[in-house]
Design a protein around this ligand. Sequence first.
Ligand code: 3H9
Length: 703
Amino acid sequence: MSMPVAYERQDDIAVVTVNNPPVNALSQTVRQGLLDALALAMADDKAKAVVVLGAGRTFIAGADIREFGKPPMAPRLSEVVSAYEDAPKPVIAALHGTALGGGLEFALGCHYRVAVTSAKAGLPEVHLGLIPGAGGTVRTPLLTGAAAAIDMVTTGRQVPAHEAQQTGLLDAVYDTYTPLEAGLQFARKAIDENMPVRRARDVQDKLEADRAKIAELRESRAAIEKTARGQTSPLVGLDAVLATLEMPFEEALKNERTLFEDLLKSDQSKALIHAFFSERQVGKVPELETGKPRDIAKIGVIGGGTMGSGISLAMLNAGIPVTMVERDDDALTAGRGRVEETLQGGIKRGKMTEEKMQHILSDLFSGSTDLADLADADLVIEAVFEDMDVKKDIFARLDKICKPGAVLASNTSYLDINEIAAVTSRPEDVIGLHFFSPANIMRLLEIVVADKTSPDVTATGFALAKRTGKIGVRAGVCDGFVGNRILGRYLKVAQMLVEDGASPYDVDAAVVEFGYPMGPFAMSDMAGLDIGWATRKRKATSRDPRERYSADFIDRVCELGRFGQKTGRGIYIYPDGARRGTPDDEVLAIIDKVRKEKGITARGFSHEEIIERYLAAMINEAVKILDEGIALRPLDIDMVQLAGYAFPRWRGGPMKYADMTGLDTVLASLKKFQEDDDYFWKPAELLVKLVETGQSFDSLNKG
Ligand code: 3H9
């Protein structure tokens, strides 16, 4: 095994290379290796300067996150950074790839920083519910000034090399060099010009200027609070940078360390670290051990409605040619129009260039009204409306038209993929690819593996997710798969809460307070109340008589032609096309009337109780989904909720939230609610078992 940190000398320059694949994280052996290499460089009389760089694809991408929460192991990163800062010979960090978190903090301890053009530097700790803990909030403002440091620390943004040079974070950027050449070039200059060691702590000019405008800098708090939406670390990051302006250097470092350690113990950082690893774990599914993704060079999308055009865009944006098939010319023109309109919108927002749009429309996109034009497609995604007979007819025709080996996918959000696959002679090629609207933006892709889907086809689904920047989550076949099945439960709780006494506006407020961008009623208004109304009518005859029906008030609202935002009225009213709704007394009167008719005496619900019920229902259904094997692991459910349903990331997802709340507490809530409605609230068997055996969802994640 190669050493995690290698030392060599090239003429009179010491070269220290960190080699800890895949991202050169600063694990204990790397920290110790860096100290040892520094000692060698200092003892080496022939070495006049030191260059530090990363082997492989990147400079150092940060502390080793897997070490968090475990007993600390010496040496601490801050000691390593200080040792380099105090070195008497000039030390140059040569950056490529991503210098992130502790990696950038290490570079800030070096006396000079150079980079190749494609390098990026960032302090992404905020995304893990943390702030930099090894001097990032102290040395960054000294070099860049407080405003740029606040931006980096509170957003976690990866700053491109040239911008980083402008702010003072980097000293030189080289367009054509390798990282080693860049480092050596600068080191040669440092030696030849007898450049001094320049410690960030000694750079005081920007600090002086910032001190004069500290009141103004403090004002950024309100904006940060707004975007952070309940997340603590961005505000702590701001405090830490501002403290640098007010405290002596060493004290500011100590202050940062205390803040970092407090955050490390917080539920928010546990949740965000869970989200980070889950995002990487979720793509590891059993089928990928044997399955090989098929080549996808051309895709057919059937349907040009909201979903079909969104899916087409997701593919086109990834550079994959798409043929959209619609039933007639008018529908095709409308479908193409939707694609074009979204691309135009991208140009207006500066996210798309005219040139790229032209390339997409003339080289990648084509339209047809004849399914036979999909004969050479490698993958066909059906996105027509939710009608089993229509879908079966399409798949039977595709079976005859498509070439052998083509993957046949349905974007259905709840229909049985096994039943669809059964009409073809090749059920092993059939899979569900459930996109979320708007499909070109939403990151979630449920990859629904039917009974006969082959591992190659599943692997193709995951490869497609990766290629289009989506988070693919494996799901089994059931009504609603993972996401919509859980959604159905908490929408139902929301309705029950309203029937029993809460106003829909209270329910939404509680859910927003919890961290969602909007509550269930505002969301239903946005999606269109008619959709749920139609589903309820469709399911009316198959509804279990033990199930409480609690949507009468929404049905009444729909009967008035109030379908939500699109009709200007729904549960809220939207005067003059407003996107944010205003509460409406007419709706409250309807709710009152329904309660009276049903003999329900309204009672009050605190926000805490609303959330307790909302989450308990969500978690209970999730456990059933897990037990039935519809979801592979608890983390898969968390990823569905985070990537597709706006569950606040800093709460980790419903399963992580349940673990942190305590499964016994969740079970106790369910039992309490069960006294009112045994059918709805009966605790899932697996949850009872986990509580009895003292296990957590996390223990199931680990297998
Ligand atoms: C910090 O530095 C705190 C300090 O301020 C204070 C300390 C006292 N540690 O994402 P990928 C793994 S906090 C451990 O698929 P990419 C990752 O899990 C840290 N493991 O690759 C995956 O493992 P696997 C601040 C890590 O090319 C593999 O590497 N730094 C770490 O798409 C490949 O990752 C950050 O927050 C880590 N730090 O993206 C940076 N990073 O193969 C976090 C990655 O088993 N990392 N792994 O699934 C990233 O943002 C991306 O990984 C990166 C590469 C952009 C680097």
